[in-house]
Write a protein that binds this ligand. Structure first.
Ligand code: F6R
Length: 606
């Protein structure tokens, strides 16, 4: 999941490429690189780590050339160092790539036998040499066609040629790629977001297509090399401005913004005048859906797990949840009356997109719950429910998680009402509780100092566990994920009732264990499970909600009480202390909170 930019202009491009790469860093920050063409030569500069490192390089600062390509990398093949950084170049060709070439080992063997010398450990370098090889006998278009046909796997490519001062080739299979149009210059980018500061006129390539980007003209081809016409889309020209403000990190800001996230969602989706939910345009009739499958990755998968409880509680639909990377390869029984819901902040996650693509190819009903409405998943879904939480920069998802579960809850309420599973009176009561949620989140966010102190204990531990039952179980998983990705502490989320079937063996004296036990149907059972871990020496942080009833339990290390509301909405509130716990723990360790090691915001490789 790397980021690609290409610019063909009548003025110098290096500074603009660097600026665009900064916007693409959410796709990877292992290394960055740029190649331009000037005086008939390819100049290439690459550096390990962030775009900032590349920018500081004095060669980049004086780099000439009106045509160039740039790349930010999330390493797949080969170490994250400057040798493996893109672009990769021969004397004739320079290439940036997002994706994975699955037959690179075989192709490399073939190319080595023909005398090509390799410098890096990447799969991408075979593309460079294959084009160079094909150019010996073919013209540009035919060499590209031949090269693309030989590649297995997924790619978005940007390619420049030593002898072609007015031409960038872009190609797409699997990984998204967009073309942008400007005055006397045209662009190539991994997505419209990277191009937004330059243009709002965009064409998206479809799978198998490639293009030739000239300064004043762009040509598109299908995979047989036949010229095709494509539409130019005009996107909103408003660039979303987003900075850290008074906060140290985007994540801190995004946690604190959550009352607003929920308020925006409520304003968009609740039709107060009609006491209804403003999803009136569902493209399927009530009886056309009898089951639902929710698909996502990581935090978005946890949103799906959370929603399963709500759909089961509020509707009579059968509900399945799948991790996208599993869904896409397993034997699925596609059913006409099943609704497939794809949940994704970025809308570009490769596995989630592939799962959607599979459903589309099988003519299934598809719905996207996404934050980025111009994304591939939103574009290719039949029905889109935007999250409206604004741009999220911190790699660890926080406000997008609450945004996703809000929309899924709202969808469950709406389908429950439409199907007659939920009485209007109960529906109205739930809507009215929902309207209070932003205020309750705001109050819960005030729990702060206590969590800061608690996070010390987690930092000193070898590992920790997060336990919950029912509605709280997906939140336990999410809490554990946040802690491990930010603080690099082993953390495991588990259903509290399952501990006795194995994981109890992990509990030892002083191990921090978070127990989520809100006053819901599961409360008493979870408290019993909590006693079992306390008895084995665990230091328990109990997170519950305020109640007039005392907590009847001894030897609890720490207790945090969130605000109270109806049971459906408690998961929103329980999430807040867990996000803060992970944040403060990483802060104390001095880790890079907004860009944790080995990760990227948008995961565009499978
Ligand atoms: C974790 C996190 C990831 C993402 C996952 C899916 O904090 O953010 O687990 O949730 O990579 O990303 P999207 O939602 O963009 O599909």
């Amino acid at each position: 999941m790397c980021g690609i930019i290409g610019i063909n202009s009548n003025k110098s491009v290096s500074a603009t490429i660097i600026n665009s790469l900064k916007k693409l860093e959410y796709r990877g920050y292992d290394s960055a690189g740029i190649a331009t063409l000037s005086n008939g030569l390819i100049n290439e500069v690459k550096s390990e780590g962030r775009v900032d490192n590349l920018e500081k390089n004095s060669i980049v600062q004086n780099m000439e050339g009106n045509i160039g390509i740039g790349h930010v990398r999330w390493a797949t093949h080969g170490l994250p160092n400057s040798i493996n950084a893109h672009p990769h170049s021969s004397q004739n060709v320079s290439v940036v790539h997002n994706g994975i070439i699955e037959n690179s080992t075989l192709l490399k063997k073939f190319l080595l036998a023909r005398g090509h010398k390799f410098k890096s450990q990447t799969d991408t370098e075979v593309i460079v040499h294959l084009i160079t090889e094909n150019l010996k006998t073919e013209n540009i278009i035919d060499s590209i066609k031949k090269t693309l046909k030989a590649l297995h796997g997924s790619f978005a490519l940007g390619i420049i040629f030593k002898d072609q001062p007015d031409l960038i080739v872009g190609a797409r299979r699997g990984s998204p790629l967009a073309v942008g149009y400007g005055p006397n210059e045209n662009y190539l980018g991994s997505d419209s977001y990277a191009l937004k500061s330059m243009t709002n006129k965009i064409t998206y390539l479809n799978d198998g297509e490639f293009c030739i980007v000239k300064k004043n003209h762009v040509e598109f081809f299908n995979d047989d090399g036949v010229k095709i016409n494509k539409k130019v889309l005009e996107l909103s020209s408003e660039e979303e401005k987003y900075d850290k403000g008074e906060y140290k990190h985007f994540m801190a800001k995004e946690i604190e913004e959550q009352p607003l996230t929920i308020k925006n969602g409520i304003d968009e989706y609740i039709d107060t005048a009609n006491n209804d939910i403003n999803i009136y345009n569902i493209p399927w009739k009530r009886d056309e859906i009898s089951s639902i499958t929710l698909v996502g990755c990581g935090t978005a998968y946890h949103s799906c797990l959370m929603a399963k409880y709500w759909f089961e509680e509020l509707t009579s639909l059968d509900v399945n949840v799948d991790i996208a990377s599993e869904f896409r390869y397993k034997k699925n029984r596609f059913k006409k009356d099943n609704l497939y819901v794809f949940v994704s902040q970025s809308g570009e996650t490769a596995d989630t997109y592939a799962a959607l693509d599979l459903c589309n190819k099988n003519n299934m009903k598809t719905c996207a719950v996404v934050n980025v409405i111009e994304s591939s998943i939103a574009r290719d879904s039949e029905f889109v429910l935007p999250i409206h939480c604004g741009i999220e920069i911190g790699v660890a998802s926080t406000k997008a998680f609450l945004g996703q579960i809000l929309i899924l809850y709202i969808l469950a309420l709406k389908l429950g009402l439409l199907r007659g599973d939920l009485e209007k009176k109960e529906f109205s009561k739930k809507l009215s509780d929902l309207k209070n949620l932003p205020k309750l989140i705001e109050e819960t966010l005030l729990i702060d100092n206590k969590i800061q102190n608690i996070s010390y204990t987690f930092n000193e531990a070898k590992g920790s566990m997060f336990l919950g039952r029912g509605f709280s179980y997906p939140i336990a998983l999410e809490g554990a994920l946040k802690l491990k990705e930010l603080s690099y502490i082993h953390a495991e989320g588990y259903p509290a009732g399952e501990m006795k079937h194995g994981p109890l063996a992990l509990i030892e004296e002083g191990m921090p264990v978070v127990v989520l036990a809100p006053r819901d149907n599961y409360y008493k059972k979870t408290i019993s499970n909590m006693q079992e871990v306390i008895a084995r020496g665990a230091k328990v942080l109990l997170i519950t909600n305020k109640s007039k009833d005392e907590i009847v339990s001894e030897n609890i290390w720490e207790t945090i009480e969130v605000e109270s509301t109806n049971e459906d909405l408690l998961p929103f509130l329980l999430t807040i202390p867990l996000q803060k716990l992970a944040y403060y723990s990483a802060l104390k360790k001095g880790f890079d909170i907004d860009k944790p090691r080995n990760l990227a915001k948008s995961v565009t490789v499978e």
